[in-house]
Design a binder for this molecule. Structure first.
Ligand SMILES: [Zn+2]
Length: 126
């Protein structure tokens, strides 16, 4: 394993995506395991011990099902966030403008979900 790789056992940033599960959206519960990896980039398939649901480690992120490499997606979203137009972003990053639009929509939905989650679970005062 190279030094830049994430600890394969660190699942603290992930949570169950099954709304019917008692551990739904709760991070760091220790309910997740990695029964297998999939795809050319060896993505983790996560499994919730509480409800037995399985989901991709990319589920719930703008990268879920993404065909572009992560750094290209990041570049697209960075340009858009800086106010660069869709066509110009496509030219600069080297992707089709329709691809840019698609990732913007995915990221927008995710941002909305994240906003709702953060508002609902505000951190306690230190
Ligand atoms: Zn669950």
């Amino acid at each position: 394993m190279s030094a830049g790789q994430r600890d394969p056992d660190d699942l603290s940033a992930f949570c169950c995506h099954n709304p019917g599960c008692p551990d739904f959206a709760q991070r760091g519960r220790g309910n997740l395991t990695v029964p297998m990896r999939y795809g050319p980039q060896r993505r983790r398939l996560l499994r919730c011990r509480t409800c037995k649901a399985r989901f991709s480690e990319r589920n719930g992120t703008p990268l879920f099902g993404a065909q572009l490499p992560g750094d290209k997606v990041a570049a697209v979203l960075h340009h858009i966030a800086e106010g660069v137009g869709v066509r110009k972003t496509g030219r600069l990053v080297g992707v089709n403008k329709n691809t840019v639009v698609r990732y913007c929509l995915l990221a927008g939905e995710h941002a909305q979900q994240l906003h709702d989650e953060l508002v609902a679970f505000s951190p306690p005062d230190p």
